[in-house]
Design a protein around this ligand. Structure first.
Ligand code: AVJ
Length: 331
């Protein structure tokens, strides 16, 4: 390699920033403007989500925690001895701790996440709480195929995917994710997954339009992040948080609506907005037990058990990886 080629440019944008820039431009230059929901979670966004999860109107986090606490022993009793629990997109491992506390037969916990600082810090915390458990974080995008650490490759595996994050995927993406998880976890593996339920429109609406305006701040932070990291000039006062339940598609949609006709500069490009035009920033799909079971079945998993709360606001599913028999496939 010629020596010159190895000299880094003065300002070398990281790979992550380059991907963010490309996704933002593509989304804002599309006919219907969109931005990927995964970019909500910079450090300001993660703190805002933490606040959302404590809001009185935002039932998912507290309801799922209640279900996990109440049924941890039942869930744990279905997991094999000496298994490795693989958590997809772990973040803070509060929910995993509940399960791990009830499942002393597990040999290892493998949190998989891209934000490696939090990942390694949380791993240390868990090692102190569970000294006999091997805690081996994997730095990876959990939507891609990743390798289970070699020293754990011989253990049976179980998956854990709480938080209804699967609701942020389009149904076909959720199917691809579940199929990938099946390949990573192996035949016969278990998968414990938290999914938000379809419910009364007013309850859903309030959860994404909280009175304190934290969800609006969370949504607008995406524009603030684009300003900070990509040098854009969005005026946050000129965009409004919109969230509503789209019953036909069984999803909450979040948008940022331009309150007037305006132009914004992003990475040297001019983005024009009509008055009222929106950027679609998130879908949060809601499933019934029947619609989620069908999705799971079509992705190589069958529902062995499910737990819900007294209001039936949220469901935790215990799936088993078993490819359909020919008879099932043909009907
Ligand atoms: C983290 C995906 C569960 O869809 O409810 C919260 C994100 N968006 N308020 C959800 C979110 C707006 C949240 N999940």
């Amino acid at each position: 390699m010629p020596a010159l080629a190895r000299v880094a440019p003065l300002v070398e944008p990281s790979k992550a920033t380059a991907a963010f820039a490309a996704d933002v431009l593509a989304g804002l230059q599309a006919e219907r403007k969109t931005l990927p929901a995964k970019y909500f979670y910079d450090s300001a966004g993660s703190r805002l989500f933490e606040r959302i999860s404590q809001l009185p109107e935002y039932y998912p986090t507290r309801t799922e925690l209640g279900i996990l606490r109440e049924h941890a022993a039942d869930m744990a009793g279905r997991l094999p001895d000496q298994a490795a629990l693989v958590e997809f997109g772990s973040g803070a491992s509060t929910k995993a701790s509940i399960l791990l506390g009830a499942a002393p037969q597990l040999a290892a916990y493998i949190p998989v996440d891209i934000s490696s600082e939090v990942l390694h810090h949380e791993a240390d915390v868990l090692r102190r709480s569970f000294p006999r458990l091997a805690v081996i974080p994997v730095d990876a995008d959990f939507c891609q195929l990743f390798e289970v650490p070699a020293e754990l490759a011989s253990l049976p595996r179980a998956g854990f995917f709480p938080g209804s994050t699967i609701g942020n995927f389009e149904p076909h993406e959720a199917c691809t994710f579940l199929r990938n998880a099946g390949r990573i976890l192996g035949r016969g593996a278990a998968f414990i997954i938290g999914v938000d339920l379809v419910k009364d429109r007013a309850v859903l609406h309030a959860a994404y339009n909280d009175a304190a305006g934290v969800t609006a701040k969370f949504n607008l932070n995406l524009l603030a992040r684009i300003n900070r990291e990509l040098g854009a000039n969005f005026n946050l006062k000129c965009f409004e948080h919109h969230a509503f339940f789209n019953r036909e598609r069984s999803r909450i949609e979040m948008h940022l609506a331009s309150i007037k006709r305006q132009k914004v500069k992003v990475l040297g490009e001019t983005i024009e907005f009509r008055a009222g035009e929106t950027i679609h920033t998130e879908n949060s799909y809601k499933y019934t037990p029947a619609s989620f079971s069908a999705l799971a079945r079509g992705s190589g998993w069958s529902v062995q058990a499910l737990w819900t709360d007294a209001n039936q606001y949220f469901a935790v599913y215990f799936l088993v990886n078993e490819p359909m028999s020919r008879a099932q496939r043909d009907t």
